[in-house]
Write a protein that binds this ligand. Structure first.
Ligand code: GAP
Length: 465
């Protein structure tokens, strides 16, 4: 078999995700809801496996890192202290022709001009004016007919706990990033565990941002999931620990099965005043290299800000020296949805078979595959085959996500499982009834072998670990 040229891969992945139950547009029967998506029955398994792999690498395998599940809603002052109320914004322009709103930094990027997210409105308007004649509205194509750029705050507001009917009055925000829950629980974790600096707190959860441009599928959502980890270190050790975590996070993606050629480091051009270093791991999505994860040395900014705004001291007393200090933070911040898209981009293949037929196959790492084993009776209308296949399904389903399928011919069933990335298929045929062996077929090589049913557990243990 040979790999086909996949043409427009992004379009193919989007349509594949819908067709095979990985990702659906939210509220589709009402026409969808911009930049919000639902995970279907295979998608939810893949997302769960991605989260489990991250949790295992960060929490389970490190004795000095613990987990947390903080709430989506937090005291509104959290977002003042963090700087989100004042400065968490993207520059927005409106096309005067069709009134489409776009992010100016993205429009500038499209014509090869770099605009930093930390630029002031004045600086970004200067760049916009200088390049006006080159920039087109992405919707109607009109060139250079834009309003002035204005910074638009990305925090999503709610009326939680506000019964006045006035939405503008003291809004409670949906969290814009999960790490704020970690900072405000720093003292609780210190007091309730035996953690000593250096130690880390990890959390996976939903975040919300009023993203202006909704494009690139699940890459930029308004409701998305983050896997964030904050490592609290002595100030003198910050850069040493930072370099360690940079290495570990790179290796993590290789261990996850992502191809190294599709990854690259990207250093932030302009650092925020408190940061010591900021690098992103970019992945080669079908629309180019874009951020998958940020790895940042944040100094003592976060704990100091929350100390100032809450009046509670967020510091650490070293039990050996008895000296008190504010730990510095190394942060690694990854997206579930972007990892999901990266994994699919790496795995999605169209292959031409020797017999001229074609197949779509998801060559996804086994540990991430939504279904690990599919079990088929050769024929649906032979009760003895169905009975045996169901027995095997029942014996395996406690250990692995399995699927029983008796619909259509065997070739079609293999293709269906190839498409969703199932590593192994088990077929029960007439020989099974004679010698108690089954056929096991491998997704990638399509090779088949006979295995005794009593050895199946051991076989999968070895093959699927
Ligand atoms: N606490 C740091 C922080 O939130 P960020 O670069 O804004 O940093 C971290 O976000 C990660 O969260 C990104 O690398 C990306 O994987 C994910 N992410 C951010 N915005 C997203 C969005 N609108 N849709 C999907 N994932 C997003």
């Amino acid at each position: 078999m040979s790999e086909k040229n996949e043409g427009n891969k992004m379009e193919k992945i989007v349509s594949f995700c819908k067709r095979r139950g990985f990702v659906f547009p939210s509220s589709e029967i009402y026409g969808g809801f911009t930049a919000v998506y639902d995970y279907g029955s295979y998608g939810v398994e893949l997302a769960k496996n991605i989260k489990e792999a991250w949790w295992k690498a960060i929490v389970q395998k490190n004795e000095n890192i613990v987990g947390l599940d903080s709430s989506i809603f937090m005291h509104p002052k959290v977002w003042e202290a963090s700087g989100h109320v004042g400065g968490f914004s993207d520059p927005l322009v409106e096309c005067k022709q069709c009134h489409t709103r776009s992010r100016v930094d993205h429009l500038l990027e499209d014509v090869g001009v770099f605009a930093d997210e930390k630029m002031t409105e004045e600086e970004i308007n200067k760049l916009l004016n200088e390049n006006k004649d080159k920039i087109k509205c992405p919707k109607c194509g009109t060139k250079g007919n834009f309003s002035e750029a204005k910074n638009f705050n990305l925090l999503v507001q709610s009326n939680l706990g506000n019964f006045t009917g006035d939405w503008g009055k003291g809004p409670a925000y949906l969290r814009g990033e999960t790490c704020q829950g970690i900072y405000v629980n720093f003292k609780n974790i210190l007091d309730s565990t035996r953690m000593k600096v250096p130690f880390g707190i990890a959390q996976i959860g939903k975040s919300f941002r009023n993203e202006i441009t909704a494009r690139q599928f699940i890459f930029r959502k308004r409701e998305f999931e983050q896997m964030e980890f904050q490592y609290f270190v002595h100030p003198d050790d910050e850069m040493k620990e930072y370099e360690k975590w940079r290495e570990k996070r790179w290796q993590y993606y290789l261990d996850l099965g992502i191809k190294e050629d599709n990854l690259k480091w990207h250093e932030h051009e302009n650092l925020v005043f408190y940061a010591k270093a900021a690098w992103d791991i970019d992945y080669k999505f079908p629309f180019g290299f874009k951020e998958l994860e940020g790895v940042h040395a944040r100094g003592d900014y976060d704990l100091t800000q929350h100390t100032k705004h809450s009046g509670q001291k967020l510091e650490y007393r070293d039990p050996k020296t008895n000296k008190t200090y504010v730990p510095h933070i190394v942060e690694t911040s990854a997206g579930v949805d972007r990892t999901f898209l990266a994994v699919l981009t790496d795995a999605y293949k169209e292959e031409k078979m020797k017999d001229g037929t074609e197949r779509v196959v998801l060559k996804i790492p086994k540990k991430l595959a939504p279904i690990k084993v599919a079990i088929f009776p050769l024929l649906k209308n032979k009760p003895e085959l169905v009975k045996k296949a169901k027995e095997i399904y029942a014996s395996l389903k406690g250990g692995y996500m399995c699927e029983f399928d008796d619909n259509g011919n065997i070739g079609k069933r293999y293709r269906r499982q190839d498409e969703i990335g199932t590593p192994l298929c088990v077929t029960v045929d007439f020989d099974t009834l004679e010698d108690d062996t089954v056929t096991i077929r491998d997704r990638d090589t399509m090779k088949q072998e006979r295995v005794k049913t009593e050895e199946l557990e051991e076989y999968f243990e070895k093959e699927l670990k």
